[in-house]
Each structure stands twice: as C-alpha cells, then as structure tokens.
Write a protein that binds this ligand. Structure first.
Ligand SMILES: [Zn+2]
Length: 135
C-alpha cells in the first residue's frame, strides 16, 4: 500500500503521513461516508494520516470502500464520496444515468453499496424527468 493518500479532508490535499489497514470492529463505529454503523465483528477500513499538519482518522465501511475503489480509483475527499458520486452520475443527464446502469462495474460493488448507488441514480432520474415535465 502506498504511504500517501491522494486526498484528505480538504480538497486535493496530500497527506504527509498516511496509513491504511483493514480492521475487524471490536466496538461499533460509524462509517465516515454513509454514516451507517459498522457493527462489532464487521470489517472496515481504517485510515489515518496527517493532512494540513493535523492527525485525522477515518473509518469506512466495506460497502463505501468498494464504491470508492470502483468509481473513484480509491481517491476521494473523505466524507463527500456519495455527494461526488451523485454528481458524477447526474452530470451527464439522462444519458449519464443510463450509462451508469449499463456500466457493469456496479457488479463489483457489495449488495448494500449497489442498492445505495441505484437508489441515488433512480432519484436523479426522477428529478430530471420532473424537470422535463415542467418545461
Ligand atoms: Zn459506508
């Protein structure tokens, strides 16, 4: 694993020190991306590093980590991944969303991650259709 993270809590900031490992939860944690509880016994990704001179810790559930790996090549701004995902899916309008459906990379997501991603895409599609009707 590389000892530098591409992103930090501030956009595009490279970590001066960085470590990442997979841990088994000994107590309940909260995922920094989807805010769901990571239950005792569940695996999660633990990352720590120094960004802008400050130590920071991030815990990410496996579902979100898979989305991050598949759609962002592992590089994200912590805590904003799902917002960025929504933007990514909806920026191409209807075609962009259809492309997302056709893009079989989503088969590499966990079931929960895929459910969240599809729900988000469906919501964006609905919004676009509502806007069309308004015109
Ligand atoms: Zn998560």
């Amino acid at each position: 694993m590389s000892n530098k993270a591409w992103s930090g809590c501030t956009e595009g900031t490279m970590a001066d020190v960085y470590a990442k490992d997979t841990r088994k939860a000994r107590e309940q944690h909260k995922c920094c991306e989807c805010s769901r509880n990571i239950k005792t016994g569940e695996y999660y990704i633990f990352e720590k590093g120094i960004w802008d001179g400050r130590w920071r810790l991030y815990k990410t559930c496996i579902d979100c980590m898979r989305v991050r790996d598949v759609y962002f090549g592992g590089a994200i701004v912590f805590g904003r991944m799902w917002d960025d995902f929504r933007e990514k899916v909806s920026e191409g309008g209807k075609e962009g969303i259809l492309e997302f459906y056709d893009d079989l990379r989503h088969e590499r997501l966990t079931k929960r991650g895929r459910d969240v991603a599809f729900r988000m895409a469906e919501k964006e599609m609905k919004k676009i259709k509502q806007n069309e009707r308004r015109k």
